[in-house]
Write a protein that binds this ligand. Structure first.
Ligand SMILES: CC(C)(COP(=O)(O)OP(=O)(O)OC[C@H]1O[C@@H](n2cnc3c(N)ncnc32)[C@H](O)[C@@H]1OP(=O)(O)O)[C@@H](O)C(=O)NCCC(=O)NCCS
Length: 179
């Protein structure tokens, strides 16, 4: 296993969209109703990837195992009123189940935090479904604090969520390996 981090190219948008949907289904089966998971659509996701890759305000980084993408993060200025107090936001962070618990989540978060610090940012926020115990444990371990709990509307389904705030970006950055 050789892990490298890089920004995907435009030509890889569809591959990233397929990875995104695969990660989504692995992570949310049993948490999000099946009908909502089945609606995931490759062409709609590919458009979203193309938009994000073209947006210079958004940080996109993927982890590759032997040149196959196995996880990714997107971060940028906080544009979500549901995520208060943070000037930056982690939009998405997903790792394939085959690569859970290998330090990739920690590495991607650390790199996003370093990027946001470099942009003059001071904090990052994100929302997590409360039933996503793996992510709740991970974000707590990464130094996040829950600043609000509430409900997230996923395609008409009301699901409990928690908003995490990370306001020690130096600590997050230094927990990331340099490679
Ligand atoms: C949550 C997620 C990003 C974590 O990434 P990861 O690469 O598996 O996590 P790491 O290996 O970097 O873990 C770092 C630390 O977090 C903690 N942690 C991670 N997973 C954990 C778990 N399942 N239970 C308890 N603690 C956990 C541990 O302290 C771990 O360090 P350790 O392995 O040395 O003990 C990943 O599991 C994932 O993509 N899950 C599915 C998608 C998802 O839920 N994304 C978040 C949506 S908001």
């Amino acid at each position: 296993m050789t892990i490298l981090f890089r920004t995907p190219q435009f030509a890889e948008a569809e591959e990233m969209a397929r990875l995104h949907i695969a990660c989504w289904r692995e992570a949310y089966r049993g948490i999000v109703p099946e009908d909502a998971l089945e609606k995931a659509n490759v062409s709609e996701r590919t458009s979203m990837w193309l938009q994000r890759l073209a947006d210079s305000a958004v940080f996109v980084l993927a982890a590759y195992d032997d040149d196959i993408p196995v996880g990714f993060i997107m971060a940028g200025p906080n544009r979500d009123p549901a995520v208060p107090l943070a000037d930056g936001q982690i939009g998405v962070l997903y790792i394939l189940k085959s690569h859970y618990r290998l330090g990739l989540g920690r590495a991607l978060m650390g790199k996003a935090a370093g990027w946001w610090l470099g942009q003059g940012g001071t904090s990052l926020g994100l929302g997590v479904l409360s039933e996503n115990a793996r992510a709740m444990a991970f974000y707590t371990r990464m130094g996040g604090r829950i600043i609000r709990t509430g409900t997230f509307n996923w395609d008409g389904h009301a699901l409990s969520d928690a908003i995490f705030l990370f306001d020690d970006l130096e600590a997050l950055t230094s927990s990331s390996p340099s490679k």
